[in-house]
Write a protein of this length. Sequence first.
Length: 194
Amino acid sequence: MDQSVKDREQREKSDFKPKKFIIWLFVVSSTIMFGGWTSYYIVFAASKGKGHGLVLPDVFMYSTLVLLCSSVALFLASRAFRNKQFQQQKVFLWLTLLLGVSFGYLQIEAWSSLYHSGAVLLNNNAAISIIYIVSGFHLLHIIAGLSIIAGALVGAYGHISEDRLQFRMEISSIFWHFIDILWIYLYVFLLLNS
């Protein structure tokens, strides 16, 4: 009986490597995708001699701060897990989820602000459309990240092995910190190219 449990745990651990590779592959492909859009933006802006010509809504700055706080909360959740402080881990995972949802709400508010200023998705300035496209696809990444964090939170409340919970925390950290860094890049890029 003891040997079968050890065999199952060993198989479980060997399943983690390909899954982690898939997350890293997704990170790389997303980086290429967003890099392509920002490259297109630069080419368009250079050929037309103008950028998006907008003052970005302040809500983008607030959402950036919220996303940074969520990364800190997830870091603290990971540290609490490593220190076997499981109650703190749950609190910080909940905080990360709450801040992630807040980020999504703030992004929608930013789109509303853009729309009311006359900057709509379909217009004769592709640079404005790129703002909607990159922030929209980033929001899809946020939703995926929230799903992954929710999986870690469910695991923290469930009766799963510590190895599996550690894997969920690692995957959450990789993905969430990536989308945090990605948003900072996109926000600074849009600020510098107005």
